[in-house]
Design a protein around this ligand. Structure first.
Ligand code: UD1
Ligand code: MG
Length: 447
């Protein structure tokens, strides 16, 4: 049995460098907020209780944390990382187990790494710090070790030249049992250059109690923090690079990986093929052998086996393309269920629609789904043929096997197997053009 696990997510910072009206940790990477990344990380590593520390000024963070089902602790004013964790004390009252401290602006720590942190507390140490070795140790706290034991964390501005030369740095992730953590926090003071309560001081304090401290090393990419929009862009690119690699390794063909953008939840089956310049918004699932041609934008969409999409298609939330179906160039869909082998090959808008199996939707077909107040549904039966440039004024049903003449404005249901012609009948006036042209030429010559 593993020891119960809890996490505290620090998110009370001011994030001024982001230059944003939105709190930093609510900015998105790979389609979800950094706070959600860290929340999912804690959950995936088995944290049963997660407390988010927020400041009074970040009401948006508090709302999002509540939305994510986190417990809230308010830290006001912000007197340092130890003070931040202390403010979560009452939220953790009665919790017996191990506690990891995470930063909401450090979204990429992996489940495996956090697991190792918790595991170390269950096996061989009392306090664990996640370290890394950046190219530029800069202002990170330095981890001072002695024969495998962690003896102290020294903040860069307080370090001696020898300590500053240490490459091993503090990622910010620190873990101990709830009991040890809060016992040490009570003894942290602010007698330092910043006048703040440093969480990092708990290492020295717990060691003076005879407890053992250890560092665990993570990859630098895992612990990259985001402080500015430049960092945010770097984090997004790192995420995309990882997704592209994972897709390729899983057997998805990416024609030009650097131009294909994923969300954290994009699922693509083996042997699907993605052309250049394709963007996957949230909630896309693609079955095997499907082909997404270049320049498509997909969101909230399921693509069936061997379906063909694009080039230049925009599939919006609620789209389900059946196996072998097609949505070609300049086709937009929304809340549309397209049956197996049905085709929407060119220049259409199909919204709030159910299309059966093997139907053909001609070029330029539009579902007129919105009356200015409400949305209405269009149903197209199996094997129906919708002539080019049809307007289907919803709510309307086209029966199975029905045939719509081109250019119709269809306002009434069409029975199965019927032909519907919903346009003015053609009138041919013989000789009219010849007479007209002669008269006009004469007028022009006089001027
Ligand atoms: C901290 C660590 C440092 C480590 C670095 C990694 C301490 C004393 N130092 O330094 O060893 O290398 O992180 O990035 O812990 N926060 C609050 N309330 C506060 C203060 C901070 O919630 O009162 C939050 C911030 O929003 C941020 C995180 O805690 O997410 C870290 O705070 P920050 O001020 O950036 O600490 P650093 O000085 O970078
Ligand atoms: Mg920092």
């Amino acid at each position: 049995m593993t020891t119960p696990r809890a996490a505290v997510i620090l998110a009370a910072g001011k994030s001024t460098r982001m230059k944003s009206s939105r709190s930093k940790v609510l900015h998105h990477v790979g389609g979800r907020s950094m706070l959600e990344w860290v929340t999912e990380l804690a959950r995936s590593a088995g944290a049963e209780k997660i407390v988010c520390v927020v400041g009074e000024s970040n009401a948006d963070v508090r709302a999002e944390a509540e939305n994510l089902g986190l417990d809230i602790a308010v830290q006001e004013p912000q007197l340092g990382t130890a003070h931040a964790v202390s403010s979560a004390k009452s939220a953790l009252k009665g919790f017996k187990g191990n506690l990891a401290i995470l930063y909401a602006d450090t979204p990429f720590v992996t489940k495996q790494t956090l697991n190792r942190v918790y595991k170390s507390l269950e096996t061989d140490t009392d306090v664990t710090v996640l370290g890394f070795e950046p190219e530029e140790p800069g202002s990170y706290g330095r981890l001072i070790t002695d024969k495998g034991d962690l003896t102290a964390i020294v903040e860069a501005r307080e370090a001696t030249p020898e300590e500053l030369a240490v490459r091993l740095c503090n990622s910010g992730v620190v873990a101990a049992s709830v009991k040890n953590m809060f016992s040490a926090l009570e003894r942290v003071d602010n007698n330092n250059l910043k006048g703040e309560y440093y969480l990092t001081d708990i290492v020295k304090i717990l060691r003076s109690d005879g407890k053992k401290a250890k560092a665990i090393i993570a990859d630098t990419e895992e612990v990259m923090g985001v402080n500015s929009r430049v960092d945010l862009a770097v984090a997004e690119m790192a995420f995309q690079t990882r997704m592209r690699e994972a897709m390729l390794i899983n057997g998805v063909t990416l024609r030009d990986p650097d131009t294909i953008y994923f969300s954290y939840d994009t699922v693509i089956a083996q042997d699907a093929e993605i052309g250049a310049n394709v963007v996957f918004g949230l909630g896309v699932k693609i079955a095997k052998h499907a082909v997404i041609h270049p320049f498509c934008h997909l969101e909230g969409t399921k693509i069936g086996e061997a379906a063909q999409i694009g080039p230049f298609a925009r599939l919006r939330p609620g789209t389900e393309m059946g196996a072998g179906s097609k949505a070609g160039n300049f086709v937009e869909t929304k809340k549309a269920k397209i049956g197996k082998d049905s085709k929407i090959n060119h220049l259409s808008y199909i919204g709030d629609a159910i299309v059966g199996v093997g139907a053909n939707i001609g070029a330029g077909t539009i579902t007129c789904n919105y009356d200015g107040y409400f949305k209405h549904q269009t149903v197209v039966g199996d094997g129906a043929f919708i002539g080019s440039n049809s307007s289907l004024v919803a709510p309307v049903k086209i029966g199975k096997g029905a045939y719509l003449g081109s250019g119709g404005v269809v306002t009434k249901d069409v029975p199965a197997d019927a032909l519907a012609v919903a346009r003015a009948e053609q009138v041919n006036k013989s000789g009219w053009a010849k007479r007209y042209n002669a008269a006009q030429r004469k007028r022009k010559a006089k001027k």
